[in-house]
Write a protein that binds this ligand. Structure first.
Ligand code: 6J7
Ligand code: CA
Length: 136
């Protein structure tokens, strides 16, 4: 069995490996590790649904996700990207829009995400330049 402290140390080590967070000081990483939650998804689960209201930011700890988006004139959403360990999603609804701008779907064999709520995102992550400079 892992203790809470071991889990915490593992989470900090992982957060340090996330490119988005690599310039954050350890005390900020520790704060993020304090507030994050771990969520598991099965293959095919919609982690995020385009058009829904959203208050959560996600960092992939295990597995891969598919990002899809509705295209005018087409029935089926189109794949625009795939993401895996160390990559993040869900920032757009938190930064400006309050509605999700794409679908994010878990791929096989399943996905584990670290999640941060809107309030902690605002105080710990939302100011990072990489997010503001994103051009999609
Ligand atoms: Br990853 C990713 N790529 C895109 C993209 O090309 N366009 C849009 N609109 N969103 C993209 N995403 C992520 C981004 O983090 O998909 C998420 C859907 O929820 C989006 O944030 P969100 O709008 O909160
Ligand atoms: Ca809005």
């Amino acid at each position: 069995m892992k203790t809470g402290l071991q889990r915490q140390e593992e989470n900090i080590k992982f957060l340090r490996s996330v490119p988005l967070l690599q310039n954050l000081p350890t005390d900020k990483l520790a704060k993020i590790a304090d507030v994050l939650e771990v969520d598991f998804y099965h293959e095919g689960d919609f982690i995020i649904r385009e058009g829904a209201v959203g208050d959560t930011f996600f960092i992939i700890n295990k597995g891969e996700v598919q990002v899809t988006q509705k295209i005018a004139g087409f029935d089926d959403p189109k794949e625009i990207r795939r993401l895996d360990r160390g990559q993040y999603f869900g920032e757009k609804a938190l930064l400006s829009e309050d509605r999700r701008t794409a679908n994010v779907i878990a791929l096989a064999p399943g996905v584990e995400c670290l999640t941060v709520d809107r309030e902690s995102f605002n105080s710990l992550i939302g100011d990072l330049n990489e997010l503001k400079e994103k051009d999609y």
